[in-house]
Design a protein around this ligand. Sequence first.
Ligand code: GLA
Length: 347
Amino acid sequence: MSLKKVFEPYFKIGTSVSFFDMKSDKAKEELVKHYSSMTAENEMKPMYMLDKEANLSNPEKYNLQPAMNCDAAGKYLEFAKENNIAMRGHTLAWHNQTPIWFFKEGYQDNPEAPWADRDTMLARMEWFIKSVLTFVQTEYPGVVYAWDVVNEAIEERNEEGWRKRSPWYQTIGEDFVLYAFRFARKYAAEGVKLFYNDYNTFIPFKRDTIIEYILKPLMKEKLIDGLGMQTHLVLNDCNLEEYERALHTFGALGLEIHSTELDIHNPDPSEEGQKKLADAYRDLFKIYVKAKKEGKADIACVTFWGMRDNESWLTGFRKERSYPLLFDDEWAEKDAYRAVIHVPEEV
Ligand code: GLA
């Protein structure tokens, strides 16, 4: 049974797609079978879209108009277009996977070099966003339906809320978020939805800070369409009641909600461990389907961060082998898959 067909009445089912997937016929087959949305795991992030060699070799020429290289992204967009899979654009303004030289005076590739000034960074930001959106919309019109304009601007453990170490915050200040959305709105084609995306959005402090610092000001200017709840969860440590509360709280704002990077870290491959994982996925999908049915949140897409266990980033990140997804190393359907596909009948 195809995941995307089972959930068609409710929301899109998406997955992140890696460089390796794009070279594997089996991965492509699974992608086409199960998913109606895809996100490039890396290749549409700023470090892949900026042409390092050109910028560093001629910093004066490119100072306000950074040189771009969209080749890597093109492969994903081409595949999505050919196979009629909608794409989430991920991501435009993020503190990670954006090279440090991009934020430095004269594109100096040195963490000690002075930051570029605010006006320079605003110009670079506008040019970057304009170039990425123009490329995508000219070469592959209609493929990208949503952009994570800003990723992870809020901390959950900092009383101030803002992620102050972010080079975007350091160079522009807290209104970098507002500017990123203004530029994205200016250049996005009609109908393309603009999202703020973050992790642990269900933690009450972080949830409320995101609403006050990010969502409300952007909604006031009609610059934002949706919120991305990344949803990197940990089995045995996920408070799904808190998650549901956050989903409904965000939903009540009238924004579209995407679950953008779903996985549930689980180091236990035993039958029991996999059953627990299946239970957590079942409970979570019930929350999504119920929220949609009852009008508590306009959840429009649920994206897994990876298709099969052995490709998950979690094994590296958690420093222990993880079994967090719906398909095992050999692409076999797991209990979690079976639990999820029956959810629509159970809600
Ligand atoms: C964050 C980013 C993703 C990805 C994951 C880890 O959640 O938004 O693009 O890098 O971290 O892989």
